[in-house]
Design a protein around this ligand. Structure first.
Ligand SMILES: [Zn+2]
Ligand SMILES: [Zn+2]
Ligand SMILES: [Zn+2]
Length: 259
């Protein structure tokens, strides 16, 4: 199984429009950008499975290789906006799996085009996609959201975005499941200066780095990647030269992990 980070930004991405912070300036000059929102691609046996669909060039990407299925974590625009265009394509329909969310996003459910939306996934009830077994895991977010425990028979990877902390049942599942790799939401720097006073003390919809690292430590994978990264976090790392624990790294766009 190969995992590729198709996007690692938060909904504003890096550079963030109109921002002149050091991270955004660097992203405009160099290639340290996060031009796509948080998304993943899994390749196994020549088949492609997408995790989330927020890339604005999703249709072009799918032309290079038609995905066998799309897994959605939730229906916030930065995770599904690429579908608004892709759906008007031609050819065989593409199965789309995700959480039960009657509202969905925009008119996707009313006008699905070539997207074949499957019934909402039930937490902890595994879905089989080729040789992959994918177990949906409830997360803590402002919309119904699922993480995924993905297993190819040998390797186990947990995709945990978007979330703040983990629900007890999800953490218990993962502790028993013992992932080799964990991909986790770390949107905010620890000293997050949110415009919303309540979020300053404790982020409400996304982890900060300390929260993500605590979860990683408890789950004990051999490798972990932080993603859904804001320009504030990139700027914070530039300012503090922070070093992450062994085995943990910031994901970047197009990073490929062979398992
Ligand atoms: Zn910025
Ligand atoms: Zn979200
Ligand atoms: Zn998001």
């Amino acid at each position: 199984m190969k995992l590729r980070f198709a996007g690692t930004g938060d909904s504003a991405q890096v550079p963030c429009f109109g921002c002149d912070c050091p991270a955004c300036q660097r992203a405009r000059l160099l290639s340290n950008h996060r031009r796509e929102p948080c998304a993943g691609e899994i390749e196994l046996d020549g088949e492609l499975i997408l995790i989330d669909a927020g890339r604005m060039d999703l249709a072009a990407r799918c032309e290079r290789q038609r995905p066998a299925a799309i897994l959605l974590t939730h229906y916030h625009a930065d995770h599904v906006q690429g579908l608004l265009h892709l759906r008007w394509g031609r050819g065989e329909s593409i199965p789309v799996h995700g959480p039960k969310d009657p509202q969905g996003c925009a008119d996707l459910h009313r006008n699905p085009g070539i997207l074949d939306f499957q019934p909402g996934l039930k937490p902890f009830r595994p879905l089989v996609l080729g040789r992959l077994e994918v177990t949906p895991l409830p997360l803590n977010h402002s919309k119904p959201t699922l993480g995924y425990a993905i297993e190819d028979g040998v390797n186990r990877v947990a995709w945990l975005c978007d979330t703040v902390g983990l629900p007890g049942a999800t953490e218990r599942f993962l502790t028993q499941w013992q992932p080799h790799g964990v991909v986790i939401d770390a949107t905010h720097p620890d000293a997050y200066d949110s415009p919303n006073p309540e979020s300053r003390a404790a982020p409400r919809n996304h982890n900060n780095v300390a929260m993500a690292l605590e979860i990683i430590e408890r789950l004990g994978p051999s490798r972990a990647w932080l993603t859904h990264i804001s320009h504030e976090l990139d700027a914070d790392f530039m300012a503090t030269s922070r070093i992450l624990p062994a085995g943990v790294e910031m994901a970047c766009d197009n990073l490929e992990i062979p398992f």
